[in-house]
Design a protein around this ligand. Structure first.
Ligand code: PMP
Length: 421
């Protein structure tokens, strides 16, 4: 078994088949450059975080400038311009009706905050509700609440005693969407559901499973009917990934609560935002201490991260990012076309810039032998790809070139043989 030299505990390193982590010396556009000079094509945007490309110069400059004035500032009783301006910008860009912004520091935390907002809201309006509905195969992070509302499996088995119970509704497979809607109706009719938590359009870690915007619109309608809050976890889908700035736009809906992180700073710094409707915020405003929204954390609204997020938004407004997203979506479609009808792949799909292919092998499980073997195969070709079970997905930064994509898909075309031997 290989063990990293430094006394670090990396994700997944305890698994015997994982290789020693590669030391990255610098990052550049669509590439990670290792200490020994290998240029590795980052085909998954470093876990879906990098949007424009690594180290966008305008964001880097904004971070440098911000450090001339500020570092972390307590965000209780004090505020600062980067946070104020960022909140205004987010409210302007998010689906209409989201009026308040809570800043935190990771996607998981943005979901925890959403859950607390939902429960706090119902308690504070004097009609407490205790249940949370979720979509099957969801992933919302690795903190306790986020794990509780996500799919259970090998990732969560050891921590089961910490998790609370939720009401899962089936994933809306194409042609079986009505079952999902019926299940939501049934759960909502019980009357104790505070919120439905979903990843809009694409379930990321659950295997890049996609469903139609019309289904999301129906989920919205049913939630509204029963006064259930719709929480859209846009941690992965936000900032252009699915073709629009936020995935909810494709369905023409506004969730009651929206979580965003990852691409919020263009991938530079950890920052997250949970946006909500005015009523949810207002329910927490009272002279009664018991109605306060109790969530503080040391790095809430970190000024440097807020400055990075503002610079990211400026990039969106000043550069043709939307065009780049459309162009990447088209390039992806052209390249996955060759796999449609290829019997070695049972599913080929794309939503916006995200493409996914299901290998015609049983889902080997994320930590099983197939995953490390495929990763090693891609890495030998200087490509960073991390299949999810039997799903190979390609989710590159928007600066990726057609030639880089060709290189990725040429390797993908060889992947079935890697597993066959
Ligand atoms: N929600 C979704 C949809 C995600 O994809 C992720 C991370 N992959 C998270 C939440 C958790 O975000 P973080 O890892 O920043 O805590």
């Amino acid at each position: 078994m290989t063990v990293p030299k430094a006394p670090l505990w990396h994700p997944f390193t305890q698994h015997a088949t994982e290789p020693v982590p590669l030391p990255v010396a610098r990052t550049e556009g669509a590439f990670l450059v290792t200490e020994d000079g290998r240029r590795i094509l980052d085909a998954i945007s470093s876990w879906w975080v990098i949007t424009h490309g690594h180290r966008h110069p305008a964001i880097a400059a904004a971070i440098r400038a911000a450090t001339e004035r500020l570092d972390q500032v307590i965000f209780a009783g004090f505020t600062h311009e980067p946070a104020e301006r960022l909140a205004e910008a987010l409210v302007r860009l998010a689906p209409p009706g989201l009026a308040r912004v809570f800043l935190s520091d990771s996607g998981s935390t943005s979901v925890e905050v959403a859950l607390k907002m939902a429960l706090g809201y119902f308690r504070n309006i004097g009609a407490p509700r205790r249940r949370i509905a979720v979509m099957e195969h969801g992933y919302h992070g690795d903190t306790i609440g986020a794990m509780s509302v996500g799919a259970r499996g090998i990732f969560t088995a050891a921590y089961e005693p910490l998790l609370f119970s939720v009401d899962p509704i089936p994933f809306p497979e194409e042609g079986r969407e009505q079952a999902t809607l019926d299940a939501l109706e049934a759960v909502c009719r019980e009357g104790d559901t505070a919120a439905l938590v979903v990843e809009p359009l694409v379930l990321g870690a659950g295997g890049m499973r996609t469903y139609r915007p019309a289904v999301l619109a129906e989920l919205r309608r049913i939630c509204t009917c029963h006064g259930v809050l719709l929480v859209a976890d846009e941690v992965m889908t936000g900032w252009g990934r699915t073709g629009t700035l936020f995935a909810c736009e494709a369905a023409g809906i506004t969730p009651d609560i929206l979580c965003t992180s990852k691409g919020l700073t263009g991938g530079f710094l950890p920052l997250a935002a949970t946006l909500c409707r005015e009523e949810i915020f207002a329910a927490h405003l009272s002279s009664d201490r018991g109605r306060t929204f109790f969530h503080s954390s040391s790095f809430t609204a970190n000024p440097i991260a807020c400055a990075a997020a503002l610079a990211n938004i400026a990039v969106w407004e000043q550069e043709p990012v939307a065009e780049r997203v459309t162009h990447l979506a088209r390039m992806q479609e052209e390249r996955i076309a060759r796999f449609r009808g290829d019997r070695r792949f049972t599913g080929v799909r794309r939503t916006g810039t995200i493409a996914a292919l299901d290998l015609a092998v049983p889902d080997a499980g994320y930590l099983a032998e197939a995953g490390p073997r495929l990763r090693a195969f891609f890495l030998a070709r200087n490509i960073l790809l991390r299949p999810l079970g039997n799903v190979i997905y390609v989710l590159p930064p928007y600066c990726v070139t057609g030639a880089d994509l060709d290189r990725i898909y040429d390797a993908v075309a060889e992947a079935p043989e890697v597993l066959a031997v």
